[in-house]
Ligand binder design. Structure first.
Ligand code: PLP
Length: 419
């Protein structure tokens, strides 16, 4: 094991992932992390969804080095820069236009949480209402506005204040198969005695990442869109984790065909791991006064350079989504076989694209134990869900079939060891 004394001694107790993966990582390439002692680890975590195109993808490294050497602007507040103009043009041409989407782009502070804050604020301003509906097991970030929409008890408790302005409703599947949880929402909206204040917005993940890889059915999302549209409630899709190809399409809501009013995007949008976040707004919802949601680090021009390189390299045709579909089928088949081969764990397999979970509600401690055991054998894999009961498969979208197989083999062996 690497020497972690300096972290133990000087870094805050808040540190998290270092405890699950206690080695000192030094370098990385593609789906491989290399520790300081030279040991290699296969990465099934991808920086919690930041590294959809793998670590140090040479396409972006080259673009970034060229930009740095050319003396390009690094920090630009929200001033006009050439790098930003080229990113906006590429996003328009390669993402929005082909999908028939009409959104303005807001460059928020560079975290996902800040894009969520902006979405909630502008939705409240645009409607003149304050209540927001969020769902069970939703995760939207940890700043106070976003935290109010986040479900997890541990994070909410750390906020230290009363979190208000959000009504929690059951996500798709929360009450078991055969129950459409939107019946409750619709009933409450139409009943003046329900106690539900007409919301400004509903915020939803099409696939819940931190909440346990829960997938909303396309018909559920379509009904949610209909219910909200009919009542002038804005629909925010939080695509911070499930977006940028993770679900198998650029946006996670594409499969359902819905058009949200607002979309938050972050994590893999910069492609290189550099911080960047975006809020997409339907033009009618863009009611901001100039400078009303500001922030020092909205102009990370290096991030714009790698973001644009990614769009031009991976999103100009369907080759990338075809490759994701192949790996996705491989992952689903392998997880289905694992679930069948370890019946005592009573696993359910859920997910889409390259975002899958192996959930064991009857043995919630199993996912964490597998993650630890797998790490000993060179695999980085995380857990998610309210009780951390879901083993979360989030490999790079660029992972090879061999690497995917190798990691799945480690999971299988870990399960066999743990019994
Ligand atoms: N929304 C979703 C769906 C997320 O998965 C996350 C982070 O995991 C966030 C928001 C918050 O992003 P950040 O940690 O960059 O603030």
């Amino acid at each position: 094991m690497s020497d972690l004394a300096v972290f133990d001694q000087y870094e805050s107790e808040v540190r998290g992932y270092i405890r699950s993966f206690p080695v000192i990582f030094d370098r990385a390439h593609g789906s491989v992390l290399v520790a300081e002692d030279g040991r290699e680890y296969l990465d099934f975590f991808s920086g919690a969804g930041v590294l959809n195109y793998g670590h140090n993808n040479p396409v972006f490294t080259r673009a970034l080095i060229e930009y740095l050497e050319s003396g390009g602007i690094i920090h630009g507040l929200d001033m006009a820069t050439a790098a930003k103009r080229e990113f906006i043009a590429a996003f328009q041409r390669l993402v929005l236009e082909p999908r028939g989407l009409d959104y303005k782009l807001q460059f928020t502070g560079p975290t996902g949480a800040n894009a969520v804050e902006a979405a909630l604020k502008v939705a409240r301003q645009a409607t003149g209402r304050s209540n927001v509906v969020a769902f069970t097991n939703g995760f939207h970030g940890l700043s106070l506005g976003a935290l109010a929409a986040t479900g997890n008890e541990k994070y909410r408790a750390a906020g230290g204040v009363t979190l208000g302005g959000v009504t929690r409703l059951p996500y798709d599947g929360y009450l078991g198969e055969g129950v459409d949880t939107l019946d409750l929402f619709e009933r409450m909206l139409d009943d003046p005695g329900s106690g539900l204040d007409l919301p400004a917005a509903v915020i939803v993940e099409a696939i819940q990442g931190e909440g346990g890889i829960n997938v909303a059915r396309p018909e559920w999302l379509r009904r949610l869109r209909e219910i909200t549209e009919a009542r002038g409630i804005l629909l925010i899709v939080d695509d911070i984790q499930a977006g940028v190809g993770r679900s198998g399409a650029f946006f996670s809501f594409e499969e359902s065909g819905i058009v949200p009013d607002l979309v938050t995007v972050s994590k893999s949008i910069s492609a290189s791991g550099l911080p960047m976040a975006l809020l997409l707004l339907r033009p009618e919802v863009d009611v901001w006064e100039p400078g009303a949601h500001t922030g020092t680090f909205r102009g990370n021009n290096l991030a714009f350079v790698s973001a644009r390189a990614a769009l031009e390299t991976y999103w100009a045709d369907s080759a990338f989504t075809d490759a994701i579909a192949d790996r996705s089928a491989q992952l689903r088949d392998a997880l289905t076989a694992i679930a069948a081969d370890f019946p005592a764990a009573q696993f359910t397999v859920r997910g889409r694209g390259l975002m899958y979970g192996l959930a064991s509600p009857s043995r919630p401690e199993l996912a964490g134990a597998v993650s630890q055991e797998a790490f000993k054998h060179g695999l980085v894999i995380e857990t998610s869900g309210g009780r951390d009961e879901v083993l979360k498969f989030l490999p790079a979208l660029t992972i090879s079939a061999d690497e995917l197989n190798r990691g799945l083999g480690v999971v299988r062996e870990a399960l066999a060891t743990l019994g």
